[in-house]
Write a protein that binds this ligand. Structure first.
Ligand code: PRT
Ligand code: ZN
Length: 223
């Protein structure tokens, strides 16, 4: 039996289409049944695992899948969280994928008196990325409290839950629509291809070694 390479991608969301398109452009073909978690490649001994993006770092770090395509924001948050809880947090970064670009930024209400980071001392900052935020605050000697929210972060100040937010931004339209002003970029992100840290069978590794130059070729052609 051939050893099948397993790749985790986001099931449905901002990274899904481009993740599938990249694999397709590399000649790895799939026919995806929307209802199914697993899609078998019709061209290679490769299985696609379609999951929430938040699950991808852990699946790779635990060696449950061989490769993952995930946003660096989610990846680094998961890595810090796993280090904090003494779990295995290793992976091999393979390629930045040049899609899913965004930044994790601090923002405050338009009417806020905020002038510098120090002004956050003693205040509450709402975020979905507590680890990345805490690291940034610590590195900058700021004593703010993080308020963890898995969604609707941009409404936290209006709801009286926090004085500032730390959220993903791409165009800035969401901040604008919620009366918030971006003050500080704390992390820049794009989608990344990662591999589990332990070594793979020769067959699987050979497939990855074949895939990487194809990815480089696809990216080159796009430039
Ligand atoms: O269901 P699942 O958990 O898989 O998906 P999700 O809802 O957690 O993630 P999804 O699909 O929204 O985003 C997946 C990844 O896309 C993120 O982890 C980032 O790496 C990347 N990405 C790129 C973004 C954005 N751009 C982005 N703009 N993720 C989220 N946003 C949101 C942001 O949170 C804010 O609400 O879009 C809004 C801001 O956009 P602008 O254009 O108004 O600034
Ligand atoms: Zn998610």
């Amino acid at each position: 039996m051939t050893d099948r390479l397993t790749i985790a991608i986001q099931k449905s969301g901002r990274l899904s289409k481009e993740s599938m398109a990249l694999l397709n452009a590399c000649g790895v073909k799939f026919s995806v049944n929307e209802a199914r978690l697993i899609a078998h490649s019709t061209s290679h001994p490769i299985d696609l695992l379609r999951v929430r993006d938040d699950d991808i770092p852990g699946l790779v770090m635990d060696g449950v899948v061989d490769l993952g395509l995930v946003g660096e924001n989610v990846l680094e948050e998961a890595r810090l969280e796993r280090i904090a809880t003494d779990s295995v947090a290793a992976y091999q970064p393979l390629r930045g994928l040049e899609f899913g670009q965004c930044r994790l930024s601090l923002a405050v209400p338009r009417e806020s008196q905020y002038q510098s980071l120090k002004d956050l001392d003693g205040l509450r900052v709402a975020t979905t990325y507590p680890q990345l935020l805490k690291r940034y605050l610590k590195d900058n000697g700021v004593n703010a409290r993080t308020v963890m929210l898995t969604g609707s972060v941009e409404v936290a100040p209006r709801a009286g839950l926090a004085e500032a937010i730390c959220d993903l931004v791409s165009t800035g339209a969401t901040l604008e629509a919620n009366g918030l002003v971006e003050k500080d970029v704390i992390f820049r992100s794009q989608a990344q291809l990662i591999q589990r840290a332990d070594s793979l069978s020769e067959e699987k590794q050979a497939m990855i070694d074949q895939l990487l130059p194809r990815i480089d070729g696809v990216q080159m052609a796009r430039e």
